[in-house]
Design a protein around this ligand. Sequence first.
Ligand SMILES: Cc1cc2nc3c(=O)[nH]c(=O)nc-3n(C[C@H](O)[C@H](O)[C@H](O)COP(=O)(O)OP(=O)(O)OC[C@H]3O[C@@H](n4cnc5c(N)ncnc54)[C@H](O)[C@@H]3O)c2cc1C
Ligand code: FES
Length: 292
Amino acid sequence: MTAVTESAAADLVGSADSGTDPMVPHRYRVVRRRLETRDTVTQLLEPLDEPIPAFAPGQFAMLYAFGVGEVPISMSGDPSRVELLQHTLRNVGAVTGALCAARPGAVIGVRGPFGTSWDLNSAYGHDLVFIAGGIGLAPLRSALLQALSQRERYRRLVLLLGVRNPDELMFRKDLRSWKGLFDVDVEITVDRGAPGWRGQVGVVTTLLPQAPFDPDNAVAFVCGPEVMLRFTALGLSQRGVPAQRIRLSTERNMKCGVGLCGHCQLGPVLVCRDGPVFSYDRLAPLLHVREL
Ligand SMILES: Cc1cc2nc3c(=O)[nH]c(=O)nc-3n(C[C@H](O)[C@H](O)[C@H](O)COP(=O)(O)OP(=O)(O)OC[C@H]3O[C@@H](n4cnc5c(N)ncnc54)[C@H](O)[C@@H]3O)c2cc1C
Ligand code: FES
């Protein structure tokens, strides 16, 4: 059963701020493709039609591999670069497989941007703590790039990243450059070490107790697998970060992306419309709801 009434659906379609039908994909051409890991690719896209409206970090787009299908994928690029879109995709199935395989020159469809953002503007004057599990770094990268471009607005910037093993590290160039900045703390850990790995070993929550931020003044942004979200939110709470200042990005299977089909229902909310970014006080009671 869908949680959306017909009039609410009409409102949603009518509220598309692009002035265009949010169900109609805009054609974009792949201009660059970078292999991040064995199964993960970053695609840089340029518009062939009217570009989609500017996005805020944390929002997602529906990417359409023509003839195969459509999936929700976060924006991973710099939000100030409106002329080019950047997405980072892991090949887990038919659609992500087709999108990952798209070479420069290939045309794909893009609808969006949709959903809630990390809302960095409401975090002015705070310590920002970005906590990523694996490909969860993709939507956080956009937020970090925005925070770095407005560095004077925030206090400490901290990135805690956990990946399964060193081969799974993506955005390596960014990580090197952020590590080199004197006013950004970057801590990386791997679940399992490997020959040559001299960094931390352990899940990302093991970084929390020592992470250099002030819980009384921090806003945390968390993206990763659902189990990681639960334990990270718990760890942040234990350090004293209030639930309203812990923001989590969650995932559900999606079809329409705009609150019409009910496919992404999570208890009383639709993840595509009310999320994907939720504050912990709102999401905590829903984290046990299984996907439909
Ligand atoms: C808001 C949002 C943002 C996302 N951002 C990204 C991103 O930046 N990069 C990225 O690679 N992926 C992202 N995803 C996940 C991506 O949408 C799924 O991997 C994709 O829908 C899988 O489709 P498929 O046809 O390739 O695989 P399918 O054949 O549909 O599924 C293959 C496997 O992946 C699992 N799966 C499918 N959908 C999801 C999902 N939403 N979450 C977890 N597991 C899933 C299935 O259970 C199955 O085991 C995001 C999802 C959401 C909801
Ligand atoms: S209501 Fe259709 S995907 Fe959310």
